[in-house]
Design a protein around this ligand. Structure first.
Ligand SMILES: Nc1ncnc2c1ncn2[C@@H]1O[C@H](COP(=O)(O)OP(=O)(O)OP(=O)(O)O)[C@@H](O)[C@H]1O
Length: 270
């Protein structure tokens, strides 16, 4: 794995009974890029995400990851270790504490980052106080970056869907991830909100230096924010490259024929 690679999927396969959901899939995600998985329904995108989050174990293959303490085999880690390795994710269906304020949700998101132990937290030692202060500062930075000031003390349950999507993005960022997994960030959003989401994704990559691995159906968003794209079909890699290169691939065009997605919009906006 070369120095600029943050995550490397190597010959991943997953079988569910008779279904080969992911078949010999390999790709590298470079530090600082937006790397996007596309493909028709059932192509294996969510399964790849679930392998990286450690919800699923591969039938064969492995995932190498440049963690805070050096390179590791991610597939050997327990699911509860993933957050402390600097990997955060959002979900297709928003997962927030509905009856807590935005600020509370963000502080909970931050909690996975805490390094202080049980006794120091109980005794509120100087190390705990410093950690608490750093947590608050980072949460405030994320609130500012994603323009959430006016919502900070409101309950999540009362917020419009589009704002909740941004809060979920903020919650994931509060854990200070090295790698952020975004599962269909545009799902449920209207055109204007999708436009804003593209802006937020670009902003967090540039401002926070986070690497993004995304599953997305909206090809306008994909072409706007992605550095590189991998197209999956029936569990296999069809094509990989810049949005324009993948769009030009004959296999990709064929896989998308008859589907609602318009592959021509994969051309990156100038
Ligand atoms: N837990 C599971 N048990 C059995 N089969 C599964 C499981 N998860 C996924 N599959 C199957 O694996 C294949 C790939 O599904 P996956 O959800 O990864 O596709 P996808 O590309 O994310 O599709 P979509 O865009 O519809 O979310 C499908 O045939 C699906 O039915």
């Amino acid at each position: 794995m070369s120095a600029d690679v943050l995550l490397s999927a190597k010959n991943l396969s997953v079988r569910f009974g008779g279904v080969l959901a992911v078949s010999d899939v390999s790709f590298d995600v470079r530090a600082g890029e937006v790397f996007t998985l596309i493909g028709p329904n059932g192509a294996g995108k969510t399964t790849v995400f679930n392998l990286i989050s450690r919800f699923y174990q591969p039938t064969s293959g492995r995932i190498e990851y440049a963690g805070p303490q050096g390179r590791i085999d991610l597939t050997a880690q327990a699911p509860h270790q993933v957050a402390s390795l600097g990997i955060a994710r959002t979900f297709q269906n928003i997962e927030l504490f509905e009856h807590a304020s935005v600020l509370h949700n963000l502080l909970v998101g931050r909690h996975t980052h805490r390094q202080t132990g049980f006794w120091s937290e109980l005794l509120f030692t100087p190390a705990t106080r410093r950690a608490e202060l750093a947590a608050r500062e980072h949460v405030e930075r994320v609130i500012d970056l994603l323009d959430l000031q006016r919502f900070r003390d409101l309950l999540v349950a009362g917020l419009p869907y589009g704002v909740r999507k941004v809060v979920e993005l903020a919650r994931a960022l509060c854990a200070e991830p090295r790698l952020l997994l975004l599962d269909e960030p545009s799902s449920g959003l209207n055109v204007e909100e999708t436009d804003d989401m593209a802006f937020w994704i670009q902003d967090i990559v540039h401002e926070l230096g986070v690497t993004v691995l995304m599953v997305e159906h909206d090809m306008g968003l994909v072409s706007r924010v992605s550095d590189r794209v991998v197209a999956l079909n029936q569990g296999e890699v069809l094509a990989m490259g810049t949005p324009a290169e993948v769009q030009a691939d004959a296999g990709v065009v064929e896989a998308y024929l008859g589907s609602v997605e318009d592959v021509s919009s994969l051309r990156r906006a100038a």
